[in-house]
Design a protein around this ligand. Structure first.
Ligand SMILES: *Cc1c(COP(=O)(O)O)cnc(C)c1O
Length: 400
């Protein structure tokens, strides 16, 4: 099989799936096709491509050969039929929502979402007649009650950003199927290496590939994985005509490069984060650590069932609240004050003033996270260096 689609191991597929070097002059890596448009050898060919009766590229906003390799690879890793790569995670989310929803439709969303997804649903979609009910999707009865006759889709993240609540994808999917609504899961925090929502019954997976999939903090990208029928609609309606959020060939190449080490990186992120989570929990300045691998996490058993390992994200609440969080964040030296996540560098940020400032203070309380919460994206540096840095900063925060 020339495109190496018969290999089964995750890392093997992340490195090889969907690309045959011998079909590209032996180039080990997929060539970066820096072209906006594609040449037709005749009018008939052009017409056939537009009519969809002949395979082939037309224009960069709907497809590019470098991007196609990435789309096939991500679909394969998520266990989906087809994939669509986009210019950012928000490009993926808006391509899905704007394609599927129209005036009068309702969305049910988990109460804790990435800040811009929340902003889109709460503040901007109502302008187009689409309203959202936020519900705690960790409680299945609450979900069932929130779904009404106008509900078209349910959207969730798990573990949720920033406070690491875990949603039972299989249980939510069952309720959605019975109600005839689609389930969209944002799998950015886990990547398909740790969790595969489609296998648990979700209809659509979205990603910010800016994070772990790219993995090096040097690009913005997103992806959607679903049935071919849905992905065709997201491509030819969502990206082609609604948001224009196509990925560049060069960024697609960089995500492909990141994918080669995804499993290795995730193993290291997870191993370091689970050690740190336990150590941080024991520090006297820390009130609470949110990490699904800890015994103190209320959904530890569910997380262990649903995820291969517990991920690289940790949320902390300090005993001194918001002020202690500020002191802590200004005191770190190795950890880097920055939003985003999933990079080689350990990143620390404050959701209430940064990623989740789209939530009003009372919304944050209602949606389940405090102003004192600090979010850590555990990087690939040596565990001891990260621990020493965090502990030094915590000592400072505790003393204040
Ligand atoms: C970053 C992020 C997004 C948005 O992705 P961009 O690539 O920044 O547009 C969506 N969901 C989650 C969970 C994220 O962390």
């Amino acid at each position: 099989m020339s495109d190496r689609s018969h290999f089964r191991g995750f890392s093997t597929r992340a490195i090889h799936h969907g690309y045959d070097p011998l079909a590209h002059h032996g180039a080990l890596n997929p060539p970066v096709h820096l072209t906006s448009t594609f040449v037709f050898d005749s009018v008939a060919t052009g017409a056939a491509r537009f009519a969809g009766t002949e395979e082939g590229y037309i224009y960069g906003r709907v497809g590019n050969p470098t991007v196609t390799v990435l789309e096939k690879r991500l679909a394969d890793l998520e266990g989906g039929e087809a994939g669509l790569a986009t210019s950012s995670g928000m490009g993926a989310i808006t391509a899905v929502l704007w394609t599927l929803l129209g005036a009068g439709d309702e969305v049910v969303a988990d109460r804790t979402l990435y800040g811009c997804t929340f902003g889109l649903l709460e503040h901007h979609m109502p302008k187009f007649g689409v309203t959202t009910r936020f519900a705690d999707l960790t409680e299945i009865e609450t979900l069932r009650a929130a779904i009404g006759p106008k509900t078209r889709l349910v959207i969730t993240e798990t573990p949720s950003n920033p406070n690491m609540r875990v949603v039972d994808i299989a249980a939510v999917a069952e309720v959605c199927r019975a109600a005839g609504v689609m389930l969209v899961v944002d799998n950015t925090y886990c990547t398909p290496y740790l969790q595969r929502p489609l296998e648990l019954g979700a209809d659509i997976v979205v990603h910010s590939a800016t994070k772990y999939l790219g993995g090096h903090g040097d690009l913005l990208a997103g992806a959607v994985i679903a049935s071919k029928e849905l992905v065709d609609r997201f491509r030819f309606v969502g990206v082609k005509e609604l948001n224009g959020a196509c990925i560049s060939a060069f960024d697609a190449f960089l995500v492909l490069r990141g994918l080669k080490t995804l499993a290795l990186r995730m193993d290291r992120h997870c191993a370091t984060a689970s050690r740190l989570a336990a150590e941080l929990e024991a520090h006297p300045a820390v009130a609470r650590v949110h990490y699904p691998g800890l015994d103190s996490h209320p959904q530890k058993a569910l997380a262990a069932r649903q995820m291969r390992a517990m991920g690289g994200m940790i949320a902390l609440e300090l005993k001194g609240g918001l002020e202690a969080g500020r002191v802590f964040m200004d005191a770190v030296e190795l950890a880097t004050r920055a939003v985003s996540l999933g990079d080689a560098e350990t990143l620390v940020q404050h959701p209430a003033s940064m990623t989740h400032s789209t939530y009003a203070p009372e919304e944050r309380a209602k949606h389940g996270f405090t102003d004192g919460l600090v979010r850590l994206s555990v990087g690939l540096e040596d565990h001891d260096d990260i621990r020493d840095d965090l502990f030094r900063a915590l000592d400072r925060a505790g003393a204040g």
